[in-house]
Design a protein around this ligand. Sequence first.
Ligand SMILES: [Zn+2]
Length: 199
Amino acid sequence: MPAVPTIVNVGYRSTNYWVVSAADSRMLVDIGWPGTMGTMCANLNRMGVPMGEIRYALATHYHMDHAGLAQEFKNAGVPLLVLETQIAAIPLMKRHMKPQDNYVEITLDGNVSISFAESRALLAKIGIGGEILCTPGHSGDSVSLLLDDGSVFTGDLTPLGSATDEDKAAVAASWRLLRERGARVVYPAHGPVRSLKGQ
Ligand SMILES: [Zn+2]
């Protein structure tokens, strides 16, 4: 049995960026605002996370506060882990950027693209017990990382009570899937960690 991974937050600007670590094998969940590599590196440093130990970066979805630094991480040697439902969303990122955002466009080359079914084996290779699940609702390309201890990284998956009528069905289905697979503690991209109970 792999040890339970540790979780630290290297976030800033009201956004949580989570580092999941199995000893010195780490994964970054959500990848910064564009143009903020300096802040991100300072936070990683302060939390004792060497860039060279980050085995993958995963964006819960391709919105600017979640994947803004993905190409810069790739350039620094951290592969971008992309799920099958996310590939088409990557080129759309640049549509929302202004020149002053200093966004470095994410290229499709060098990305590690996998299916959801392949995620458990890939995570096991870096010592992390868990899987990545398809959890649309906030956006079609939204995914969640669920660890075997019940910790789940949900990005912007809308709390059920706040879902609008139009996305309510997808949001409810995503929360139901997470609960069925054993999710207990929610690590969202914005706001505090919370229990899944009463969600
Ligand atoms: Zn979003």
